[in-house]
Design a protein around this ligand. Structure first.
Ligand SMILES: Cc1ncc(COP(=O)(O)O)c(C=O)c1O
Length: 452
């Protein structure tokens, strides 16, 4: 699409997340309408949303049931006084998400996004240990290539170098380990590689001194590393290690939650229950900002001391538990349960994975990874060298937009995560558009002389 002078001027008064404005001005996208799996830009061009905005539109855009829930709530209550009370709909949301959460995570605080939920989980963990007689347990272990949010604590826990280096020094007490993919070429089997990666977490805890380690924070499937998908055993081992050293296991399910991987939460998909779980993004299908921190009920009870002792979780946000957000979140969960969209994600996910596997014909695919409707494709220059191919990803970003397709591209891998309400035909359309975009991107880089 083309920008007019006014749009160009206004775009120079703001910024797009994690990208240079100049790049964006070269290949702009200004959208004005969306429905289901499609966006339309201001010139009327249609785009297939292969990534739910950014892992957000679980039920597609403007799902009628969510529009109804929002409209109903608009007629009742649009703000509750946080220092005095809570809305009835926030209580309904807390009850509902507790019914579908992995075992026992019924202590819930709704927030306005992923970073807020992560930030709260980090603070909750530290205060929990302080008030249960283990004040020395303060450090967090998380993974390189992981992303947990843009605020200072969530950023410190993230392992994304370039997104962090402008803001050094980072907060102290955040230690990184590598995800299993980092070691994959050193092992003959993926299982063995995962065992090693899990053991590295135990080694770090021991060498840091378990009395100083509070939590292990991981995305069950790591987006920013290219849909890194560990084995179920990896998570079982992490659970055992955390139990052994009295360390809390914290899952960042901002992307993996709400049916996407084949169960309501990836914790259930992988068969492991964390002590805390953070949600955001798809919890409202993008209609309103919503996140949530879920914790073990007994942990919540540690904050339930006598009022005169001043025991409380020393934390809050003005918009946390906003009635409009809770009304929509409630409807999202109901819709996923009523239509068993988690099972649908498994069925459609197999179709999507098969379509992505067909891209191997181009000789630039190392792996197709993921579960359910969260899939990633790693791009390499050729299948022999397995060298990353960032130029191809950068070209793909342009050709996909031209083809009317929105993906997450970074730039040696790309991810797809369409709405759980997609039809089989839409999954096929998505695979076709990805195929055409990749084909054109390869032509582009070949013409530019970038291939090996
Ligand atoms: C895994 C993960 N955790 C946390 C966040 C932060 O969420 P938010 O951008 O809503 O603050 C993100 C955002 O991309 C994410 O992908």
């Amino acid at each position: 699409m083309k920008l007019d002078d006014r749009q160009r001027r206004l775009l120079q008064r703001t910024f797009l997340d994690y990208q240079p404005t100049a790049d964006f001005l070269d290949h702009p996208l200004v959208v004005s309408r969306a429905e289901g799996l499609y966006y339309w830009d201001v010139e009327g061009k249609q785009y297939l949303d292969g990534i739910g905005g950014i892992f957000v539109a679980t039920l597609g855009h403007r799902h009628p049931r969510l529009v109804d829930a929002l409209q109903r709530q608009l007629g009742l209550l649009t703000f509750a006084p946080p220092m005095h009370g809570i809305s009835d709909v926030a209580l309904d949301f807390i009850e509902r998400i507790g019914q579908v959460s992995p075992g026992g995570l019924t202590y819930v605080k709704p927030f306005s996004g992923g970073s807020e939920s992560i930030e709260a989980a980090l603070k909750f963990t530290r205060q929990y240990f302080r008030q249960t007689g283990r004040p020395g347990k303060t450090k967090f272990i998380s993974r390189y290539l992981g992303y947990h949010g843009a605020t200072f604590g969530a950023m410190a826990a993230s392992g994304t170098g370039r997104r962090k280096s402008p803001f050094e020094p980072q907060l102290g007490g955040f230690i990184k380990v590598f995800p299993p993919t980092h070691y994959r070429d050193r092992f003959s089997s993926w299982d063995e590689c995962n065992r090693f990666a899990a053991q590295s977490v135990a080694d770090v805890i021991v060498h840091e001194d378990p009395d100083t380690v509070a939590g292990v924070l991981v995305e069950p499937i790591g987006n920013t590393g290219g849909i890194i998908t560990p084995t179920e055993e990896y998570f079982r081992l992490l659970r055992e290690i955390c139990d052994r050293y009295d360390v809390l296991l914290i899952f960042d399910e901002v992307i993996t939650g709400y049916g996407r991987t084949g169960a309501m939460f990836a914790a259930q998909t992988f068969g492991v229950t964390p002590d805390l779980l953070c949600g955001g993004k798809g919890l409202s299908s993008g209609m309103v900002p919503l996140g949530a921190m879920l914790a073990r009920q007994d942990m919540g009870m540690a904050f339930d001391g006598p009022g005169d002792a001043g025991v409380n979780f020393a934390h809050g946000h003005t918009f946390a538990g906003h009635p409009l957000a809770c009304a929509v979140g409630l409807a999202v969960i109901d819709e996923i349960v009523t239509h068993d969209l988690a099972t649908r994600a498994v069925q459609l996910g197999e179709r999507l994975a098969a379509g992505l596997e067909r891209l191997r014909q181009y000789g630039v695919v190392r792996e197709v990874r993921g579960r359910g409707l969260l899939r990633g494709v790693e791009l390499v220059r050729d299948e022999r060298s397995l060298a990353p191919f960032p130029e191809l990803g950068r070209a793909l970003k342009r050709t996909a937009l031209a083809e009317g397709l929105i993906l997450r591209i970074d730039p040696s891998w790309f991810a797809v995560a369409p709405a759980l309400v997609a039809s089989e035909a839409q999954i096929d359309e998505l695979c076709d558009r990805v195929d055409r975009s990749l084909h054109q991107a390869l032509d582009l880089v070949t013409r530019q002389g970038h291939t090996a």
